[in-house]
Design a protein around this ligand. Structure first.
Ligand SMILES: [Zn+2]
Ligand SMILES: [Zn+2]
Length: 244
């Protein structure tokens, strides 16, 4: 995905951060070299090095949800570069308030609690050099999770809602499995089968591929679009990898 969106002048690099290998996305406009980071969860020096390497000026930080591996470096990057932290939805503030205590449980240091400069709501629009990104509120993995997408480039940054062959964990406080499934089928599938998505962990995929083969949310499991349902393959579901 080196040039997912040549028509819109956007470049994207995925930079895995923290021992949890969270996919931080660096997005920039090739003309102005202005950039945003989606989910800078840690490894501040790596991210600063990437900005420097490509000669970029960071303008904003966008967060999909409040988990430490997605938001843990936002506070330091804001302090160092003077850029606003935008998102997630306000219902994830309780997660943003426990980044430091959660990190300690993983034995991670240097990740800080953060309060965004602005929360996001369903239907909000973010912008990088005139390129618009839609915001969809997708509760389930966390109550304040959002997905950020660009229609022209057909790309979505979905955090821990959906993965190639899996879905987000819902065994956390205020997680909700039914909400997660509804978020995926009601909010993500309508964006289009050809949308490529960057998940919070692991390889990219497309919504169409997951509608065909994902053991949790394939159409034959959810009945989406009037699909004839088959019994959920509990074996596949149990063995599918799920991420924080
Ligand atoms: Zn994660
Ligand atoms: Zn998460």
């Amino acid at each position: 995905m080196t040039d997912a969106s040549s028509e819109t002048r956007l470049q994207i690099r995925i930079i895995p951060v923290t021992p949890l290998q969270q996919n931080c996305s660096l997005i920039w406009d090739t003309a102005t070299k202005h950039a945003v980071l989606v989910d800078p969860g840690g490894d501040v020096d790596t991210l600063l090095g990437a900005l420097d390497h490509f000669g970029l000026t960071l303008k904003e930080i966008w967060l999909t949800h409040g988990h430490l591996d997605h938001a843990g470096a936002a506070h330091q990057l804001r302090d160092r570069l003077g850029v606003p932290v935008i998102g997630p939805h306000k219902d994830d503030q309780f997660w943003l308030d426990q980044i430091e205590s959660s990190a300690a449980k993983y034995g991670l240091t240097g990740l800080l609690n953060v309060t965004p400069d602005r929360y996001l709501e369903d239907g909000d629009v973010l912008e990088l050099e005139g390129v618009k990104f839609g915001v969809v509120h997708t509760p389930g993995h966390t109550p304040g999770h959002v997905v950020i997408h660009n229609t022209d480039a057909k790309i979505a940054f979905v955090g821990d809602v959906l993965f190639q062959g899996s879905i987000g964990r819902t065994d956390f406080p205020r997680s909700n499995h039914e909400d997660l499934i509804s978020s995926i089928t009601d909010k993500l599938w309508p964006l289009g089968n050809d949308v490529q998505f960057v998940p919070g962990h692991g390889p990219t995929s497309t919504f169409g591929q997951e509608r065909r083969s994902n053991p949790f949310v394939a159409d034959v499991i959810t009945g989406y679009g009037g699909a004839e349902k088959v019994d959920a393959s509990t074996y596949d579901q149990r063995t599918a990898k799920r991420h924080t």
